[in-house]
Design a binder for this molecule. Structure first.
Ligand code: ADP
Length: 400
């Protein structure tokens, strides 16, 4: 089945066209700078990348550009959009409405509208992307795959914040988590390696620009570090993660920030960038540390210490640990961060093979990085959220 996967972000719209029978990606690309000017990059195996400036005022216009590129006789890969049998959309926030992927219907769109408040930039982009695809392919089935869905199995004491219950009822303020599609994929791969799902206790560390850690018991999330929004949890590239909430009001008062300025501050000026004063990117920080930069080291020390604390906390929450998984940009590529996060965890049965860990980067296969005598196996599992979206879409459409 040819499945188009659409990932509409706040100012970009990424896409991948899958041939699910062959298990291959036919083409992929990105519409960027939406609402600014607009640029598309389109990639196909064995062909030079195609790049063009195209006006894109919003995500609906971006879908029009992507459709014209996909069907272009010169640079495209299909003659007509009817060749695409289904479309899967990545949806950042499904609130408490969606605990699994859903076929698009008017009722589902109405519920998605209700999630706007929870992720205004993303939900608006998703709805405009959906509209563009629906206009162009009104009879093609579409499926929504939610980043929050995999986390809907958390028990109430893990998702409820200690605030007046009425605030939860009034505004739906609770822990939702994020990166669920990635956690689901790597936890699923880990269960395959362990040979079972029931009875497994796994911690999945999705460490990228945005980072989250999940505790997955019996294949179901029991806790996750991101919360009401993707600002909660561990230190990230530019996000602060969990901080004393009093810091928020203190800075607002003393710096005279409005709520939206404060939100900008916490999302864009904190984390690795804020502490180091240098960069949100671990590659830059690694170089700076090698040159003796103390603030870069502090920024990375905070991150690895927090990862370690989550590993300890989630092992306690699950009363044990059968496997630890690292994924995403940092998790797949930064051996020094994995090593520091796992150092001195031998009391939990975690011991890395230093040599294997050090050379594990930029690989597309699964690698076991723990030592032979480590009681808990530790793996690097490259994530593939688009593949999950394509296979959910195919499964749901095939069941119609
Ligand atoms: P996003 O959350 O935006 O998808 P990524 O998963 O790409 O982010 O993660 C970005 C982080 O991963 C950066 O800190 C970067 O240093 C690190 N990273 C990504 N790719 C590599 C690589 N090839 N080698 C080393 N570090 C990498």
């Amino acid at each position: 089945m040819k499945v188009l996967v659409v990932n509409a972000g706040s100012s970009s719209l990424k896409y991948q066209l899958f041939d699910t029978a062959a298990g291959s990606v036919i083409a992929k690309g990105n519409c960027e700078r939406i609402g600014i000017d607009g640029q598309i990059t389109h990639k196909m195996p064995g062909r030079p990348d195609y790049k063009a400036a195209e006006p894109m005022h919003d995500h609906t216009e971006a879908t029009k550009v992507l459709i014209s590129v996909l069907t272009s006789p010169e640079v495209g890969c299909i003659s007509d959009m009817s060749e695409i049998e289904a479309v899967g959309h990545r949806i950042v926030h499904g609130g408490a409405y969606f605990s699994e992927s859903m076929l698009v219907t008017p009722e589902v769109i109405a519920k998605l509208e209700l999630c706007r408040d929870l992720a205004p930039l993303h939900t608006g982009a998703h709805l405009m992307g959906l509209k563009g695809i629906t206009d162009a392919m009104p009879t093609t089935p579409q499926v929504l795959v939610f980043d929050t869905a995999f986390h809907q199995t958390m028990p109430d004491y893990a998702w409820m914040y200690p605030i007046p219950y009425e605030m939860y009822e009034k505004y739906s303020i609770r822990r939702y988590g994020a990166h669920g599609t990635s956690h689901r994929f790597v936890a699923g791969e880990m269960c395959k390696i362990l040979g079972r799902t029931e009875g497994t206790k796994i911690i999945t560390c999705h460490l990228g620009n945005g980072s989250s850690i999940s505790a997955v018991k019996d294949g179901k999330v029991v806790d996750t570090s991101m919360g009401f929004t993707p600002l909660d949890g561990i230190e990230m590239g530019t996000r602060c993660g969990s901080i004393d909430p009093a810091i928020v009001t203190f800075i607002m008062e003393h710096e005279g920030y409005t709520p939206s300025e404060m939100s900008d501050f916490m999302n864009k000026q904190c984390g690795l960038l804020g502490v180091s004063g240098l960069s949100p990117d671990c590659r830059d920080l690694g170089d700076a540390i090698a040159e003796g930069n103390k603030r870069a080291k502090l920024a990375v020390d905070i991150l690895t210490y927090q990862i370690k604390k989550y590993i300890g906390a989630y092992t306690a929450a699950m009363n044990g640990l059968d496997a630890l998984v690292f994924t995403a940009g940092i998790g797949e590529n930064r051996d020094e961060i994995r090593a520091a996060a796992c150092a001195d965890l031998d009391f939990l049965g975690i011991k890395l093979d230093a040599a294997i860990n050090e050379k594990t980067r930029l690989q597309s296969n699964i690698v076991k990085i723990s030592a032979e005598d480590s009681r808990v196996p530790v793996y690097v599992i490259p994530t593939n959220e688009e593949l999950v979206i394509a296979s959910d879409t195919e499964r749901i459409v095939n069941s119609l």
